[in-house]
Design a protein around this ligand. Sequence first.
Ligand code: CUA
Length: 480
Amino acid sequence: MIKSTHRKVRRVLIASSHGLFGQGLRSLLQDRKQANVEIVGVVSSLQEATQALDKLDPDLIIVDYDDETLNRDEFLARFVEGEKKLRLVLLSLQSPKDALVYDRRSLAAAQIDEWLEEWTHLEEKSIIPTKQENQAGNRRKDMKHLIIAGILVVVVTALLILGLGHVRLLPTQASAQARPIDNLFGLEFRVIAFLFALIVVFMLYSVIVFRRKPGDTNDAAHIEGNTKLEVVWTVAPLATVLIFAYLGGQSLAETVRPDPQALEIKVIGQQWAWRFEYPKYGIVSDTLMMPVNKQAVLKLSSNDVIHSFWVPEFRVKQDALPGGDKFVRDLRITPTIEGEYKARCAELCGRQHATMLAPVKVISQQSFEDWVASETQVSADPVVRGQQYAQQYGCLACHSIDGSALVGPSWKGVYGSQETLADGSIVTVDDDYIHESIVNPGAKIVQGFPPGVMPTNFADQLSEEQIQDIIAFIKSLSSP
Ligand code: CUA
């Protein structure tokens, strides 16, 4: 009995408008003689299939899954659910060796026999699942998962924002310019917290809830694209980025808004120290003194390479460029909290980049005026003046006055000493040698110190009197 069913010749009708599909299927089935398959015809439309039905009398219709001109549901309604009660299979040919059945099960050529066998044992039932009832149930289940995951996303986002509020992500906010920047940061942190929750919750939920249960050997469902979803996940990020671009532009405008009353301070970067000049008062300082709640416009420039001026508490940052007046850059800072800060260099500028720091003091208007008064008094003592200049012009960033070795030789005890130069000759450190070393530092370099480190432009920056005062100061460091 079984044997007779098995031997029955199956008459197969192929529906596809692509000639190659029919050919490929024919060659796939011809190799399997024992399956007793006879291809009775190839049709390219529902109409042709209907017409051919009486003449060809097929047992099975194979519909090209990839042929979009064929409406599968119509085929289903006409031949499977109609009076004829034929078997219908959706098939996609991948290669001359493999085929995909409607459910995207991959089928090796060797499995084709098995698969054909399956058909013979199927009763009137179609291989296509009876859709409608199934779908309603699935939709209800999908909705449930979506609602749970959605609630989890909201909860995780709220917890993250709460947690972020307890972590000090940014240093003290100590300038008016820091406010718009911090507001923007705050908004970004919240959006990022939501995105993090959205991605991680859906990922972990899927990994846990939809994991493969023991004994389950089924293939996963084949999922087609979802145009609505794809439009949403393209438009939403685009809109978010555009909104942030707008807010970013607004914040940038706020941080550079000029105050006509601003105090001008020249900031000069030089390997590896900062110098601050107050043109209005004729003061040069190695400490940036700023009156509180008054906008300062820093005019940034560099004597050698690119540096970058940055006080984290003020948030704003700007490069200091070499190249003269054309390359001077403005940075506006209105400090709001009195106290001591530290300016750093935020652009890799050489060996001592990390130590290119300068103290910043924000003081009251009255203290600032007192400081200006004390700085503008010129001492009668050349040693005191020399020390002041050495400080102001950054000499002490590289030359210690306590004997410790920095980038250059220490000044302590150096005056009057005998030093061996790079070429082996001996030199006595006197007024002439120091003078030459200041205005032409490359001329005679002491053994053990690399050439080309000391800036060569001090002759332009210092007056002859100032150089003499510095020599007097160096001399004083050797006196008993
Ligand atoms: Cu100057 Cu880094």
